[in-house]
Design a protein around this ligand. Structure first.
Ligand code: NAD
Length: 499
């Protein structure tokens, strides 16, 4: 059934002012699963006004952290109660497998929300002290104000929570804009937030084309901070837009993770880690293990093992419990992957597995692409250094530790990396030398709510998850409390008169 959605603005469900709608497609079948409002500038301004009013005069920023936590914990419970139906919707809209949505993304979002609700009650700043001798200094952590949150299509619900949870927990109000391909579960988040008792205007969800309405959100002087998870190019655009108003930006951008396997590694673990970390979410993951640097002594054994694992990946209907890999999110995304595969071939790499669309049945309808492994790659190829964001892995032999560190760092990105070895000193040495925001040793992918996630270099700045994310959504205020009560202070003579 095709459902018509509305936007969630100021606690109400509204159509776009133009009445225009955009169809939302299931990428596995290309069936239309819903229609969402196609917002324009007027609609964005209405959402900003609602969030501004809610911040300047509404109850949300004025509640105690404990009161806000109560509502956010209720929201977490409501999400948990609907995990199954939200997972089905996420799978139908994004194309991800039902097991990934139901057992991964949505439960992790619940955990993240619970963490943020509680941790915001324990935020700290430096202790108060009489640093000025005759005055006590106090540091306050205050919300930034109205936050424009812009999310990508690869983990729609989870990214919405990664942004909304810390922003709301510390008392900001939010205008959220999900990616055009995948808006429906973020609108469901609005519905659940309403049920949880979030005051009107605290969370607003608007849908529409990012390139048109995004700049309105980013450029508005009534928006105090912009938080984006998306492509590095989009991050660049947003920084430019935000510069006019010197606005705080929080950017989680692209990645091209190195996966470094030394000759003393547990090879089986590395092989399975590469397949799991490489084909996760059809490779549409900013932390995807895609540049596989394998020590030359174990390269052939690793490759054979990896090709064996690739054969086990079951493609098909994402709603089927036994499917491991669904379609890519959209036609343009599959075209992008195909263009990169063509480029890889032109650059001299060889396809050892995949490299084409599967055919027959559901595969002829949706945007499917086979899990693909390239061999014969070199570190300087464009197809190796640029983000593909699809099920394409590149295997590169290396011989020395110094060489692999240099190659691994030789990209514009710096989000995620992993090192596979049993030698603890080598593991730490390499982890320290890698210019990436997160390095895993003998694993690739797992995240926890308590630890930060975020990039170095052009993968952006600012952290998601953990207490550090909460801090990103606050600003520090120094309050100076004069203690003597004397009219003429000791320092006044510096301006006029005698000491
Ligand atoms: P995208 O940059 O195309 O879109 C992200 C969001 O930005 C969407 O909501 C889009 O509508 C909006 N947008 C587009 N142009 C805009 C503009 N000019 N102004 C304001 N908003 C605009 O990214 P995507 O294709 O949806 O997602 C994939 C990208 O996200 C990949 O590069 C991936 O690496 C990155 N990503 C990063 C992380 C991380 O934690 N670093 C996590 C997930 C995804």
């Amino acid at each position: 059934m095709v459902q018509d959605y509305r936007n969630f603005v100021n606690g109400e469900w509204v159509e776009s002012s133009s009445g225009e709608m955009t169809e939302v497609i299931n990428p596995a079948t290309t069936d239309v699963i819903g229609r969402v409002p196609k917002c324009n500038e007027v609609d964005v301004r209405a959402a900003i006004d609602a969030a501004r009013e809610a911040f300047d005069r509404g109850p949300w920023p004025r509640m105690t952290p404990g009161e806000r936590a109560g509502i956010l914990l209720k929201l977490a419970d409501l999400i948990q109660a609907e995990v199954k139906s939200l997972a089905v919707l996420e799978s139908k809209n994004q194309g991800k497998t039902i097991k990934q949505a139901r057992d991964g993304d949505i439960p992790f979002s619940v955990d993240n929300l619970r963490f943020m609700a509680g941790a915001a009650r324990a935020l700290t700043a430096a202790a108060a002290m009489d640093y000025g001798g005759t005055a006590t200094s106090i540091l306050r952590r205050e919300p930034v104000g109205v936050v424009g949150s812009i999310t990508p299509w690869n983990y729609p619900f989870m990214m919405a929570i990664w942004k909304a949870a810390p922003a709301l927990a510390v008392g900001n109000t939010v205008v959220m804009k999900p990616a055009s391909y995948t808006p429906v579960t973020t609108l469901e988040l609005g519905r659940l937030a309403e049920r949880a008792g979030l005051p009107k205007g605290a969370l607003n969800v608007i849908t529409g084309p990012g390139s048109k309405i995004g700049p309105v959100l980013v450029g508005s002087p009534d928006v105090d901070m912009v938080s984006l998870t998306g492509d590095t190019e989009t991050g660049r655009e947003i920084m430019k837009e935000a510069a006019t108003a010197i606005k705080k930006v929080h950017l989680e951008l692209g990645g091209k993770a190195p996966f470094i396997v030394f000759d003393d590694a547990d090879l089986n673990a590395a092989i399975m880690g590469a397949a799991a970390g490489g084909f996760v979410n059809v490779g549409q993951d900013c932390t995807q293990a895609c540049r596989l640097f394998i020590h030359e002594k174990v390269h052939d054994r690793f490759l054979n093992g990896l090709l064996g694992e690739v054969k086990k990946v079951r493609m098909g209907d994402p709603l089927d419990e036994h499917t491991d890999m669904g379609p890519l999110v959209s036609k343009p995304q599959r075209e992008k992957v195909e263009n990169y595969v063509a480029l890889g071939k032109e650059e001299g790499a060889k396809v050892a597995a995949g490299g084409e669309r599967p055919t027959g049945g559901i595969f002829d309808k949706g945007f499917f692409y086979k899990p693909t492994v390239f061999i014969g790659c070199t570190p300087d190829m464009r197809s190796v250094r640029e983000e593909i964001f699809g099920p394409v892995l590149q295997v590169l032999p290396f011989s020395t530790e110094d060489e692999v560190i240099e190659w691994a760092n030789n990209v514009i990105y710096g989000l995620y990396a992993s090192v596979w070895t049993k030698d603890v000193q080598k593991a730490f040495r390499v982890a320290n030398a890698l210019r990436f925001g997160a390095v895993e040793i003998n694993d690739h992918l797992p995240l926890v709510s308590e630890m930060p996630h975020g990039g170095y270099k052009q993968s952006g700045f600012g952290k998601d998850l953990s207490i550090h994310s909460l801090e990103e959504y606050t600003q520090l205020k120094h309050v100076w409390v004069e203690l003597t009560g004397e009219a003429r202070k000791g320092w006044h003579y510096l301006t006029y008169g005698e000491p």
